[in-house]
Unconditional design. Structure first.
Length: 246
């Protein structure tokens, strides 16, 4: 496909001109092509399309133009459904919470297996949380450059690798490394996923969608407690002593 921005804005695929829609959509694609390979701030696009008189529903208008251009330029691409994105991201938050809480519930068992002090056990949790902050910041930048969906896939792979690696840890250092990797993936998943949900829901329902997504965290707490009750070894029950005179 070829896109010409000198003179009339045109897009040609297989020798046929594509209908780029109204003038503002053509101006939008021209601005994006001129900044190919770079993140284009919303302020730049706003100034390009509306100058000093942007509409009240600025974000909705931009998203509408971008969605229309995607349908023209990528006709075979399946449209993203706000409902499906919310379900997948809510499930992601559920699994994230379950992973974090499983470590908390299994802490006494891990301290016994690895010979950890309270300070060392706390350091493992701190490594997870600190790396999640770093992952959120870095992956937020990558999401603007690589796209929300692609960044989300990478963070899930990283998180899965760290979770699997945790099961292979044989020392305190290995445990810290794998839990830090889990935290980095979690932080990146949180930032990219929250933005993806926001972009696929209309402004008037966006807050409700985010609230539903966050509720996955509470469900993850419940699931972690249930898994812990089934999987972790239970302390030996004290034998019942006979009662004198009973």
């Amino acid at each position: 496909m070829q896109i010409a921005v000198l003179g009339p804005v045109q897009a040609v695929r297989d020798g046929a001109d594509l209908d780029l829609g109204p003038q503002k959509q053509r101006a939008l694609i021209a601005g994006l092509v001129l900044h190919a390979g770079h993140v284009v701030p919303v302020e730049t696009l706003t100034d390009l399309l509306w100058g000093d008189a942007p509409p009240a529903a600025l974000q909705a208008s931009l998203h509408g133009y971008v969605a229309a251009l995607r349908r023209v330029l990528e006709p075979g691409r399946a449209a993203r459904s706000g409902g499906s994105v919310l379900v997948t991201r809510g499930s992601g938050y559920l699994l994230d919470a379950m992973d974090i809480l499983l470590y908390v519930f299994a802490l006494n068992t891990l301290k016994h297996e690895f010979g950890l002090t309270n300070r060392m056990a706390g350091l493992v949790s701190s490594a997870t949380l600190i790396s999640s902050a770093a992952g959120g910041i870095l992956c937020g930048v990558l999401a603007d450059r690589l796209g929300r969906t692609r960044t989300l896939v990478y963070t899930i792979l990283l998180y899965s690798l760290g979770s699997g690696g945790t099961a292979t840890a044989h020392s305190f250092g290995q445990l810290v490394f794998w839990r830090a990797l889990v935290g980095f993936g979690l932080g990146g998943e949180w930032s990219a996923g929250a933005v993806l949900v926001s972009e696929t829901w209309p402004p008037e329902r966006r807050g409700r969608a985010i609230a539903w997504m966050q509720s996955g965290w509470a469900l993850g707490y419940i699931l972690a407690a249930g898994v812990t009750a089934v999987v972790l070894p239970r302390p030996a029950r004290a034998r019942r002593r006979p009662v004198p005179g009973g």
